[in-house]
Ligand binder design. Structure first.
Ligand code: 5GP
Length: 192
């Protein structure tokens, strides 16, 4: 392990459509000592996504082999048949750079990671202002079917019920305000 080994980590979690990815980008741009933790995923790459930058895209067989090899800190079937996971070696890679990994992962995965690093994790739950607003945002994206929106909205209510498991809850009603709050929270965390 490098002498400058830094075991801190930051998790951002939220129901789909709450704005967690935008807030994650804001934090990564704002703090040079943070580094995005690239997850493994079995879904197809979307247009513009790059293997090894957005995800480590892998086949189901390779993913199952990694589960058997105990290579994951956590993994989840986030959507029907689609697996996502945080690789232990990805966190090690970032810590060796003397940076703090930022994980953008689902609620169950976030709880699992936090249980493994309880003393050194900052976990931020991004809460939508209301389930109705979330539904509006998902519809406005125009990428989801009515059925997919209904599934995500139902899942969101369930996920919101776990919000008190996390270090900090930020309500994303006004994006700039939510970013400011996230910035202050991360600044304090990095200082300690
Ligand atoms: P997408 O397919 O839209 O990129 O991501 C779908 C969901 O999977 C998002 O909520 C994202 O945060 C979550 N996710 C991405 N990587 C991981 C991971 O490594 N573990 C878990 N548990 N969830 C992940």
């Amino acid at each position: 392990m490098a002498a400058n080994y830094n075991p801190k980590l930051i998790i951002l979690t939220a129901p789909s459509g709450a704005g967690k990815t935008s807030i994650t980008h804001f934090l990564l741009n704002h703090f040079p000592q943070l580094c995005f933790s690239i997850s493994a995923a079995t879904r197809q790459a979307r247009e513009g996504e790059v293997n090894g930058r957005d995800y480590y895209f892998m086949s189901m067989d390779d993913f199952i082999q990694k589960i058997k090899d105990n290579a994951f800190v956590e993994w989840e079937m986030v959507y029907e048949g689609k697996y996502y996971g945080t690789l232990k070696e990805e966190l090690e890679r970032i810590w060796h750079l003397n940076k703090v990994p930022v994980l953008d992962i689902d609620v169950k995965g976030a709880i699992h990671v936090q249980q493994q690093y309880p003393q050194t994790t900052l976990s931020i739950f991004i809460e939508p202002p209301s389930v109705e607003e979330l539904k509006k945002r998902l519809s406005a994206r125009g990428t989801e079917s009515e059925e997919s929106i209904a599934t995500r909205v139902n899942k969101a209510s369930y996920e919101i019920s776990f919000k008190h498991h996390f270090t900090k809850i930020i309500v994303n009603d006004v994006f700039d305000k939510a970013c400011k709050e996230a910035e202050e929270t991360v600044t304090k965390f990095l200082e300690n």
